[in-house]
Design a protein around this ligand. Sequence first.
Ligand code: FE
Length: 197
Amino acid sequence: MPKPDFSHVTKSNIVAFIADIFARRGAEAYLGEPVTISAHMYQSAQLAEEAGASEEMIVAALLHDIGHFTNEFPDNAAELGIDSHHDRAGAAIVAPYFPKIVTDCVRHHVSAKRYLCAIDQGYFDNLSEASVLSLKLQGGPMTEKAAAKFAEIADADAIVQIRKWDDEAKIPGKKTKDFAHYAPMLERLVEKYGKGS
Ligand code: FE
């Protein structure tokens, strides 16, 4: 299937752009975890939905790793010793079209892991092997000073909650809803918050 032309991503085609990424690249491996990247993102969104979270939070959970799709780093980037900075890449994609809380959760979900490792030894002990490996590349647990600063971010609680769903969303073979279930939520948020036309 050839890649559709999304050279101009706009408010009117951003959801189709994201749908296309999930369709073409969703089956790729998720950095050493036993699930594909789309399964991981669907599981994250489902945990949010099951918890009765807002549409903003469900969409943030669905899109938190979207940055993995937007760079040219290989799937086994973590093993190769490359931190692909998927958090910043993802935030840059969603920022013009989604509410700030979605962008913040995408931008800071890696920092949230470094934060939780700094304040909660139990959290660190429960991380998957792949997540411990990527933690090293991401700078390791935050210093006390950095953790205090992180806690002051306006959306810190939401970001930490997304991170917890992220960590749980790695169950091989779990049945989930797919992109079609979430597309109307994305459309509603883009309609309300998206810049441009
Ligand atoms: Fe993730």
